[in-house]
Design a binder for this molecule. Structure first.
Ligand code: AP5
Length: 189
């Protein structure tokens, strides 16, 4: 199972990514988590990343690719697939991911697109309680703007490739999971 999750902040990429990972036994690769871990370790790279994360800006494409590329290739080759949470996030990253796929003779089977109204998303981020530096209301609203400008265009990109699965992420968590599983189970038939 090779799945990309495409969604605004707070729509449930992390929550549903874990569940997809457990059901289909593939690694959950969260670009945000990987970047936050690097930042927490205070490595030279981590220090370079922290400003972007704290402001809610995107980390430059070349840096993200250098951090995530090998993990995606290894997951596709060795672990039977992946669920990508937060990557690709720009058209440049999507093109680079497609190129990686061509080199590795693989490609994503589905892009799960979760969407919910902005007020629902902001409400969830304010209530998450994980103490994330980017969960203040001002930064959360900025993350939504960044999503609209840079990531939303991927909806059309993947729809044109015929692999977009749109799910209403305003529904309760279990309902969202069931809709995702029904769509992904059909891929295996
Ligand atoms: P990232 O970690 O990807 O954050 P995000 O996209 O802002 O998404 P979140 O983690 O906030 O939300 P989520 O959709 O995972 O929702 P969750 O399941 O937690 O990225 C962080 C930063 O890293 C970026 O700003 C950027 O700086 C950098 N970055 C990452 N990837 C990058 C890339 N590829 N390129 C460049 N920069 C990159 O749910 C949220 C809350 O809602 C939780 O409390 C959850 O319990 C609850 N919830 C979930 N679903 C439901 C539901 N259906 N009903 C009720 N509550 C729900």
């Amino acid at each position: 199972m090779r799945v990309i999750m495409l969604a605004p902040p707070g729509a449930g990429k992390g929550t549903q990514g874990e569940r997809i990972s457990a059901r289909y036994q593939v690694p959950h690769i969260s670009s945000g988590e990987i970047l936050r871990e690097e930042t927490a370790r205070q490595t030279p790279l981590g220090k370079q990343l922290s400003g972007y994360l704290d402001r809610g800006d995107l980390v430059p494409d070349d840096l993200v690719l250098s951090i995530i590329k090998d993990r995606v290739i290894a997951a596709a080759r060795e672990d039977g697939g992946y669920v990508l949470d937060g990557f690709p996030r720009t058209l440049e990253q999507a093109e680079a991911a497609a190129e990686i796929g061509r080199e590795a003779h693989t490609s994503a089977q589905a892009v799960v697109y979760l969407d919910a109204p902005a007020d629902v998303l902001i409400g969830r981020l304010m209530g998450r309680g994980e103490n994330r530096a980017d969960d203040s209301e001002a930064v959360a609203r900025h993350r939504l703007e960044v999503y609209t400008d840079h990531t939303q265009p991927l909806v059309d990109y993947y729809a044109a490739r015929g692999i977009l699965v749109k799910i209403d992420a305003a529904s309760p968590v279990d309902v969202v999971s069931q809709e995702i599983f029904s769509a992904l189970d059909r891929l295996k038939d």
